[in-house]
Design a protein around this ligand. Structure first.
Ligand code: OXD
Ligand code: MN
Length: 597
């Protein structure tokens, strides 16, 4: 009996889970540094974590090779009827899935400790924050949740005796027989992994994986899948978006919320260091935004997270100096390579070491033909350590959004930037966004897929109803709605070279958007939307070949016409549930492209 827990609902739930999962002991997490240090020391002692001598208070973990990324195929939205989950989700009947998972959970924590992690998504006390409790048998999850959310005693205090919270149950799915030695990364085989969501009960059940996106249940499961359902019900928005503040040379602030698919440069853009003289940027969040309409009718956003769970490969002092400084200490690294002098290394970080231990614990040398770090290797680091974090990143009221960005990785067709002609057109751009797939999910990499609003893996209900929710929010926001832009930093030419330098130079494109918001610059009307004239982008100090600029701002009409059947097929998946206003937008695009309707 968990008598130490004052919250009645929590005490009862923990008792039920103890009866089901049969852990050897229960630990109620207080969120203290002492707790973090104790759990880490235990993991080091058991050979699960390696302390890094070159980074203060930092540790390297190597996962099981089957447990390196989110598993979309094993991620479920469980409801009574398939239409509630819609065609973009894996639907399972809620009752049947519970039956299967109860079987798996029975006795699954034998030989382990059950940790009770009370956590808050959003700054405690913010009207937009939500409380949750994760029950897990993984100390790696506890330490990661310390970084990624606000955990422990203050949350228990906020829960009081009868406060509500979202329930999130997690097990690595690897019970230990008496005397059996643990593995460095316990988990269940792929076919037994279940990342399950029961939106009718605001309930999350995750089994068999220790990987962040599957196991840190405050993040994708709560703050996106379950929160998206709550947000629809309550009239706000839970989005897969970075949050960024831009400050002009005159000191004017603009707030940007941007939706991009996993591993497509969101963290780099969130920590942008502008190359445009006089401009500054501050990071407010790199992955998730919760947005609601404020008393003044504008849309306000908070970042519900407390840390960054970023993709390490490709991160360098050139691509993202702020991220590199963020991870200098107090960081958990997963599936990076270990250098001989006790540091981490990954592809794209800088010169390769002459020898390292790769992410699978094997000797590695440059030229060995395999990457030293897994392509989805991650760092988990406190947001407060980011040198460009905004002083307002924990503002309980959030920040007012001026600009929405959608985009993806497209090496062809999609130009550098275009603006929607209005809200409905903007929703159409979000709804038809596409991108090349990355290593953030287990599956094929580099294949083009529609990823509406970058929410394909994260929308907890029928995506057609989610589109309608966007339209409804626009109706409520009216003239105070943010402007919507579509961007693509990833365009290549025939020689497979990037056309746009990206990173800090992306500030040049953002500056054009700020001038559009202020009504300072006209835009060229094209069939796909409003675009800058080449001379409208401030390219001072940038050596961009004229043919690159021309290609970046070109609308290849035949190529866009060729996209239409794919958009039609994408929309057809939603049948009669697709909002009429989006079908109208498609008809107008066809008209503008000179295609018969
Ligand atoms: C992430 C993801 O980890 O989107 O943020 O996969
Ligand atoms: Mn993400």
């Amino acid at each position: 009996m968990q008598e130490g827990l004052a919250n009645n609902g929590l005490r009862q739930w923990v008792n039920e889970v103890v009866d089901l999962c049969r852990p050897d002991s229960v630990c109620i997490c207080d969120g203290s540094r002492e707790e973090y240090d104790r759990l880490m020391a235990g993991m080091v002692e058991r050979g699960m974590a390696t302390p890094l001598s070159q980074r203060a208070h930092s540790f390297l973990f190597r996962s099981d090779p089957s447990d390196v990324a989110r598993v979309e195929d094993r991620t479920f939205i469980a409801t009574d009827h398939p239409e509630q989950a819609g065609p973009t989700n894996n639907w399972v009947n809620a009752g049947e899935l519970k039956h299967t998972m109860l079987g798996l959970y029975t006795g699954c924590m034998r030989g382990r400790t059950l940790y009770v992690i009370p956590f808050s998504m959003g700054p405690l006390g913010s009207p937009m924050a939500r409380l949750g409790v994760e029950l897990t048998d993984s100390p790696y999850v506890v330490c990661s949740m310390h970084i990624m959310t606000r955990v422990g005693r203050p949350v228990l205090a906020a829960l009081g005796t009868n406060g509500n919270f979202i329930r999130a149950l997690h097990s690595v799915g690897a019970p230990l027989a008496p005397g059996e030695a643990d593995r460095a990364w316990p988990c269940a085989p792929i076919a037994e992994k279940y990342i399950s969501h029961f939106p009718a009960e605001d309930l999350i059940w995750s089994y068999g994986s220790g990987y962040g996106g599957n196991a840190l249940l405050g993040k994708k499961s709560l703050a996106l899948r379950i929160a998206s359902v709550i947000a629809k019900r309550e009239g706000w928005m839970a989005e897969h978006m970075l949050l960024l503040r831009l400050i002009s040379p005159q000191g004017k602030q603009y707030h940007v919320a941007g939706a991009f698919p996993s591993a497509s440069g969101k963290t780099n853009l969130a920590m942008l260091i502008p190359t445009l003289p006089g401009w500054q940027a501050e990071c407010l969040g790199d992955d998730i935004a919760w947005l609601r309409i404020g008393a003044d009718g504008r849309l306000y956003a908070i970042n519900p997270e407390n840390g960054f769970f970023g993709v390490a490969p490709g991160t360098s002092y050139q691509s993202n100096p702020a991220a590199m400084d963020t991870v200098r200490g107090n960081t958990i690294f997963t599936n990076c390579a270990l250098t001989d002098d006790g540091d981490v290394w990954w592809e794209g970080m800088g010169p390769a070491p002459s020898h390292a231990i790769d992410w699978q614990g094997r000797d590695w040398r440059p030229g060995s033909g395999v990457p030293a770090a897994h392509p989805n290797a991650r760092f988990t680091a406190p947001a407060a350590q980011c040198p460009v974090i905004s002083p307002d990143w924990e503002n309980p009221q959030g920040v007012p959004i001026d600009i929405f960005l959608f985009g993806g990785r497209s090496s062809t067709v999609v130009p550098l930037v275009f603006e929607s002609v209005g809200w409905d057109h903007g929703v159409f751009l979000g709804a038809t966004a596409s991108s090349e797939t990355t290593a953030a999910n287990i599956g094929a990499v580099g294949q083009l897929r529609r990823d509406p609003f970058a929410m394909q893996p994260f929308c907890g209900y029928n995506m057609a109803d989610y589109f309608q929710h966007w339209l409804d929010m626009g109706d409520r926001l009216g003239s105070k709605a943010p402007r919507i832009f579509y961007i693509n930093w990833f365009r290549k030419n025939e020689a497979d070279e990037w056309l746009w330098p990206g990173f800090g130079d992306n500030s040049r494109v953002l500056e054009w958007m700020c001038r559009r918001v202020d009504g300072e610059v006209a835009a060229r009307e094209t069939p796909i939307g409003l675009m800058p004239e080449p001379g409208d982008l401030n390219l001072t100090g940038l050596d961009l070949p004229a043919d690159h600029l021309a290609a970046l701002l070109d609308v290849d009409e035949p190529a866009w016409r060729a996209e239409i059947p794919d958009i039609e097929a994408h929309f057809a998946r939603f049948g009669a549930r697709l909002p009429r206003r989006l079908a109208d937008q498609l008809a107008r695009l066809k008209e503008r492209l000179g295609d018969s309707v």
